[in-house]
Design a protein around this ligand. Structure first.
Ligand code: SF4
Ligand code: ZN
Ligand code: ZN
Length: 328
């Protein structure tokens, strides 16, 4: 098993190497095997910012004003995303940026990340909205994980968080919801969806390519930045972020995809980019042939649903059923 830290540090340079940028005399701080280059601190920062700016234009070409909601967990990805969005759009009078943090109710973990998220929003002067599973769903991840021990907690957590974020962004009048998925996250998701035989999910995942009613379109500005580059950028910019990992992460079904992708990328640099290009090509075919995925309404909560009940209510029902009568 490859440890997360090993991968993030993997590829760090041994003996000093010069920056690959023409004429730059500075030592490189990172190697980028997929690009065949080594970059110094300044050129690395510029390289990250250039790609994020490009993604922003590509994914939200019509963002001419309005409220941009940013999902902020307090981890490195969403912190880098928020800092860059403020850098690129913060001066625009017609754009309002606000951060939304979801508290899933995970003891010993979430309070630390929320503290970092609050610190960052205060530093950047951004409005910070916090929504909790407890208020919104009358449950917490600790309760759900205990009630259904044989279900990977991330399955319900992901569905619930998406729902809470979407409702919050919609209530706040946001025209877009920015989420902090990096290149590794997205390539893993594409691989998972394909290997599970669920290609229609390639449309539902961020960045959204078509508007579904009642869903605030999600953009993923870090879509072309690998995880270890996000980490390095956050460190170089001295951004406040929490390093700890959710206690339920080890039970996540995607771990095997994460490790497989690390091995593939090591053997074949550029694999993650190729996977994302494959998604782009498949989307051209899929979006023309697949109907809207949430055509109906959930009979319980009224949110968009593919069947009688939405996935959020189905998970809540499972938790209620599994909990012993009289349990708090
Ligand atoms: S690791 Fe899983 S359970 Fe923990 S916050 Fe993320 S999605 Fe939720
Ligand atoms: Zn340089
Ligand atoms: Zn529902």
């Amino acid at each position: 098993m490859i440890r997360r830290e090993e991968f993030i540090l993997h590829g760090s340079l041994g003996p000093p190497v010069e920056c690959s940028h023409q004429g730059c005399p500075h030592p490189a701080i990172i190697d980028l095997p997929y690009a065949g280059s080594h970059l110094c601190k300044n050129h690395f920062r510029a390289f990250v910012e250039k790609r994020v700016r490009r993604e922003l234009h590509r994914q939200a070409p019509g963002l001419n004003g309005g409220t941009l909601a940013v999902a902020l967990s307090g981890g490195k990805d969403s912190s880098v995303m928020l800092a860059l969005l403020v850098k690129f759009l913060g001066m625009r009078r017609n754009v309002k940026i606000l951060a939304i943090t979801v508290d899933e109710g995970i003891q010993g973990y979430r309070s630390q990340t929320i503290a970092k998220a609050t610190e960052l929003t205060q530093r950047l002067g951004i409005e910070h909205v916090i929504r909790t599973f407890n208020d919104e769903l009358r449950t917490t991840m600790d309760i759900a994980a205990k009630a259904i021990p044989n279900l990977a907690p991330c399955s319900s957590c992901g569905v619930w968080r998406r729902g809470v974020l979407n409702r919050a962004a919609r209530d706040l009048g946001a025209v877009r919801l920015a989420v902090g998925f990096n290149l590794d996250d997205l390539a893993q998701t594409v691989l998972m969806n394909l290997l599970r035989g669920e290609p229609h999910r390639l449309i539902q995942m961020a960045p959204h390519v078509r508007k579904e009613s009642d869903f605030v379109p999600r953009i993923a500005p870090l879509a072309s930045i690998p995880e270890r580059e996000v980490y390095l950028y956050a460190t170089l910019q001295d951004l406040p972020f929490d390093h700890s990992e959710c206690p339920y992460a080890t039970r996540a079904g995607r771990n095997v995809f994460r490790e497989t992708l690390w091995r593939l990328e090591e053997a074949l640099p550029g694999t993650r980019h190729s996977i994302m290009q494959t998604r782009e090509k498949l989307l051209q075919v899929l979006s023309a042939s697949l109907p809207q995925t949430h055509a109906g309404r959930c009979a319980l909560c009224g949110e968009p649903a593919a069947g009688t009940f939405c996935r959020s209510c189905s998970f809540l029902e499972s938790v209620q059923t599994a909990r012993a009568p009289g349990q708090p």
